[in-house]
Ligand binder design. Sequence first.
Ligand code: ATP
Ligand code: MG
Length: 438
Amino acid sequence: MGKKTLSSVRGMNDLLPADAPVWEWFEARVTDWLRSYGYQQIRTPVVEYTEIFVKGIGEVTDIVEKEMYSFEDRLNGEHLTLRPEFTAGVMRAIVEHSLTYDAPRRLWSMGPVFRHERPQRGRYRQFHQVNVEAVGFAGPDIDAEMIAMLARLWKILGIECVGRVRLEINCLGQTEERLRHRGDLISYLTRFEDQLDADARRRLHTNPLRILDSKNPALSDIIAGAPRITEYLGEASRAHFDGLQVLLRAAGIEFTVNPRMVRGLDYYNLTVFEWITDALGAQGTLCGGGRYDPLIERMGGKPTPGIGFGMGIERVIELIKEAGAAEACPAADVYVLHQGGPTRTQAFLVAERLRDAGLDVVLHAGEASMKSQMKKADASGAQFAVIIGETELASGTATVKALRAGDASQPFARQATFALDALGDALVDGLVATSETA
Ligand code: ATP
Ligand code: MG
């Protein structure tokens, strides 16, 4: 390894205990939110056959061209890839298990994805996504619902504040419309061929739409003058796009139409959208999605319309932290102290009894002076310390010390002794009284 100490792979980070509460808070809010819109969870493997992603994402894309972690299984020579996104695997599962056989589906997933990119703020090699797909719906009502659902999530997470999270939409039309646009786009860009960068020149004839997506500032003038897909839309596509906008306006959701947003993948059609924030520097896209009506057929299923999005959890978490929106991780209710020897066994049993009563309990482990244990109890944030010393052991009791705010609101004196039978009830009453006065 050539390194003195062991470390994680570059761009792949540990989630440390200090950060775990905000992730747990986020995951709980998201799970409730998805349920409230009728979504069901689907969990697909982290590894799929490489061809699933090549088919599902498209050959001429950043992901397939240069970002996938692909390898050959040493034991049987199979070509495998760590998922760089969820959609392809979810579509594979839908086709494999005929999930849309009798009804449309609203599906969600959450977990790690892997892309070999240059690590920087907001861009990692292992990152996490919430992925949502609605298959079997032709829209535009479901398109609007999906976007409204996200607008609601930003509120739930407390990050919706004006200017922080904004919505851009576009309509990519259908294949024939895109082909006409593509022809004109290639002629237009060819006029500037000597000014294009290497990426753009390479894509000029393979995926010219993607050039419109380029983040190279040297190309921005050329891109600004390029033919716009929205001018090539036929009546049906236009009606779909108008239908979406009518619903968004009715719901009071602000948006801008960005005719240069193409979202890179060639199977996208009609609606595409992104939620963007300026609060995170260059990596400001929180969430991107769109309609992919041709995809399921391409993956070997019956023609089935669909729309979905992927949300970058790291970026959303960073915004939540900035907004200070997550609730603090609740501390345990009780910290149990003992004096070692036989009091340790008693404390062990008392802690289990308190958990039976529904309390969250931290039991002191190891030997330490009462003074040092009291310090730990206090630092733990628990409401109560329960002390099992020699006296308590002999009399079958426990001493309870209220650790927080010792004012009149306390349900009992700062310190009291309870028979073990009454201890659980007394602490539960104490917690209820404390939360009522808080
Ligand atoms: P970008 O333009 O930032 O590279 P993308 O178009 O590649 O984004 P998608 O494939 O649409 O991104 O993925 C959905 C979301 O996942 C993005 O909007 C972003 O929030 C997040 N994301 C994408 N790549 C990374 C990464 N390397 N590290 C962290 N989050 C990422
Ligand atoms: Mg990318």
